[in-house]
Design a protein around this ligand. Structure first.
Ligand code: UT7
Length: 329
């Protein structure tokens, strides 16, 4: 019989520093009005100098372990979703493992941009269901403020920093993970990318830095806007169909917080009321992979997700990547 897996605790961490749209107005040709009407964002959090992605993730993981009532030694797997690891070698997850004191765990990173948490959840879920591991920390953390070009008004206004985590284990007690689905389209990945900093531009040169190749780029962002709406909706439909539900059986949709208008477009396509779609974008912006677990943690804490709720996670991002997970809380 296939093992049952579940989420037994969630946690998150947002850096203290708040950057509002009005703060951005002071150094960029933009306005609170433009940013809010085009994206739904009012403010975002910014990591402190000296804070690395693993520091944000450490607090999120400790909060998730505390909610689950487990200790670092109980964890035998850490899967970290990030596109902003502390370093590329060692992996961000290796630094995190050491900081958490999870001495019995194996750790590795998953790179799937904004869909990262769902990809990491998919991997951990399958590893636990196969019997290879017993208890996992599935975590996503990003310091986007260090990889965006603060002179590029088309994209820098979108992003923020933070981390979220979940403890996943074999259980018949916790919130049951009914399914995970993940997808990629590498042929169309050149619209959301960090062109520099990898083997293509090694060694990093003055020229590559002068050209800003190490920054996150969005090419024809309005084209990915339309793709995002379709992929979000498809991923939701796939999750409910795989479990013999209809979309109206879902109590709460926790989407990646890409853009308020994208999420409204998704709701319209799915014919669900906007109220079913949980939003954190106004206060945190887009934190790439971390938006889903942060929103999940907040929805658990504020009572939006109740025992028995049917919860649908969905995401779309660079790669291109997209996916979903259906959970009976
Ligand atoms: O998380 C992964 C998934 N996320 C995505 O795929 C992002 C999807 N795309 C988006 O969220 C939106 O396309 C953006 C928020 C990035 C941009 O919104 P938009 O409604 O598509 O605007 P636009 O790029 O078509 O630009 C409209 C106008 C342009 O001016 P003109 O050419 O009409 O005169 C831009 O130059 O707005 C201008 N503009 C700005 N104005 C003030 C662009 N950025 C800004 C800005 N402030 N920050």
């Amino acid at each position: 019989m296939m093992k049952k897996t579940g989420i037994i605790g969630t946690g998150s961490y947002l850096p203290e520093k708040i950057m509002t749209n009005f703060d951005i107005e002071k150094f960029l040709d933009t306005s609170d009005e433009w940013i809010y009407t085009r994206t739904g964002i009012k403010q975002r959090r910014i990591a402190a100098d000296g804070q690395a992605t693993s520091d944000l993730c450490k607090v999120a993981c400790e909060n998730a372990m505390s909610a689950a009532g487990v200790k670092p030694d109980d964890i035998d797997l850490i899967v970290l979703a990030t596109i902003t690891p502390d370093t590329h070698c060692p992996a961000g997850s290796n630094w995190l493992e050491a900081k958490l004191g999870c001495n019995k765990a194996v750790s590795f990173d998953v790179t799937a941009a904004c869909s990262g948490f769902i990809f990491a959840l998919h991997v951990a879920d399958k590893m636990i269901k196969s019997g290879a591991n017993k208890m996992a920390l599935v975590v996503a953390g990003e310091i986007m403020s260090r990889v965006v070009n603060w002179k590029e008004r088309e994209s820098c206004i979108l992003w923020g920093d933070g981390a979220g985590a979940a403890v996943v284990t074999e259980t018949t007690q916790g919130a049951e993970i009914l399914s995970t689905h993940i997808h990629t389209d590498g042929a169309n990945g050149d619209t959301l990318l960090m062109p520099g900093g990898g083997s293509k531009t090694t060694p990093i040169s003055y020229e590559s830095v002068d050209k800003g190749l190490h920054y996150l780029k969005m090419i024809e962002a309005n084209k990915s806007f339309k793709v995002a709406v379709s992929r979000f909706a498809e991923a939701c439909e796939e999750a409910v169909a795989a479990n013999n539900y209809g979309i109206h059986d879902v109590d709460v949709i926790i989407p990646h917080q890409a853009n308020l208008r994208i999420l409204q477009g998704m709701a319209k396509k799915l014919k669900v009321p906007d109220e079913k779609v949980y939003m954190t974008i106004e206060k945190y912006g887009n934190i790439s992979s971390a938006t889903v677990p942060i929103a999940l943690d907040e929805a658990v804490k504020d009572g939006t997700i109740k025992k028995g709720s049917l919860v649908l996670l969905t995401a779309f991002g660079g790669g291109l990547t997209w996916g979903s997970s259906l959970i009976r809380w």
